[in-house]
Design a protein around this ligand. Structure first.
Ligand SMILES: [Zn+2]
Length: 330
């Protein structure tokens, strides 16, 4: 889509993306012993993703689905669901091969392998090589951006300049460490908190500063006030008045990059999530109907404002077409 088409839409560009983190990731974050039982190992792709696909169909949205390469290799049914969604017009993008939270701390060849194996698996599923990347746990580095540029990626969408999230993550990781355990997650540089909130080209050697790298960074949306993260997890947990205010703030920007996770539409009881995980993950304690209502209302509010829904791939092209550093400036 050419950028000048957008003048027929009065509202902002809205991109909805889903990180398809497998259940095993949540065991790693919370340092839960063992791994998920076989019955729930593939629940995100097989049960949560179809619910999200129904939601998108109701609102006429083509979304971006960030897939973990290993799942595509191991889960035939999940692979088929993703292939069908790609045929229906959704974008499949790269969320690494094994979702290592410490991606940025791995040696360069291992980082490259994480990107390349997922790249190949996704290209095999949808017949179209991915052009977008999101890092596990939102942690990128100059090295990761460099590797993506070398592979011709058009965009990265990992920057998450959310102040309350950063502080909460620091607190949780601290508590886990105090208890003598070790989370699979890591705390990255606080430089992310000063990153632009709008799309930008990152600087070589400094992914959170504007520069001239041949890739577009599409930050995940935070509110202008408090830099509160407007993502699925917060929208389904927040009281209705706060959800409305966060969404209104996000829709006040030219570009709303709405990040969801597959787990956002989990039905903890029916899907068989273990009590130990439900105890750690507040959104799993919210009834599915309530979570669906929150996301439905959010997408309706966007539509009512005349939003133009685009997969991240197309949103990145718009940014490029308009030239830098203007991005989505109206
Ligand atoms: Zn993830």
């Amino acid at each position: 889509m050419l950028w000048y088409d957008s003048h027929v839409f009065a509202g902002p560009v809205v991109s909805v993306s889903v990180d398809l983190d497998p259940v095993e990731c949540y065991f790693r974050i919370h340092a839960l012993p063992g791994g998920p039982a076989d019955e729930i190992r593939h629940v995100i792709l097989r049960r949560c993703l179809p619910r999200l696909a129904d939601l998108f169909a109701r609102h006429g949205i083509r979304a971006t689905l960030f897939a973990v390469g290993r799942d595509l290799e191991e889960d035939t049914e999940g692979r088929r669901i993703l292939a069908d969604l790609a045929s229906a017009g959704h974008e499949l993008a790269n969320h690494t091969h094994t979702h290592p939270y410490d991606l940025v701390r791995l040696p360069r060849p291992r980082i490259a392998e994480e990107i390349d194996r997922a790249h190949a698996a996704i290209a095999a599923v949808c017949g179209r090589p991915p052009v977008g990347f999101r890092a596990p746990g939102y942690e990128i580095s100059a090295e990761v951006i460099e590797l993506l540029c070398a592979r011709g990626y058009r965009y990265d969408s990992s920057t998450f300049p959310a102040i309350p999230y950063y502080l909460a993550k620091a607190a949780v990781l601290g508590l886990i460490r105090l208890s003598g355990r070790r989370s699979g997650s890591i705390l990255g540089s606080p430089a992310v908190l000063r990153a632009p909130r709008e799309p930008y080209r990152p600087a070589a050697g400094s992914p959170y500063r504007r520069g001239d790298q041949p890739i577009v960074e599409l930050p995940i949306t935070v509110t202008p006030w408090l830099r509160l993260h407007v993502i699925g997890t917060t929208l389904v947990i927040a009281p209705e008045w706060l959800r409305r205010r966060m969404v209104a703030a996000a829709l006040g920007s030219p570009f709303f990059n709405l990040e969801l996770h597959g787990i956002d539409l989990a039905d903890a009881g029916a899907d068989g999530f273990p009590a130990a995980l439900v105890a750690k993950q507040p959104d799993l304690r919210v009834p599915l109907a309530r979570k669906l209502a929150a996301l439905d209302a959010t997408l309706k509010e966007a539509r009512d404002l005349g939003a133009q829904f685009l997969p991240l791939r197309d949103a990145a092209e718009q940014t490029v077409s308009r030239g830098e550093p203007a991005g989505f400036a109206p």
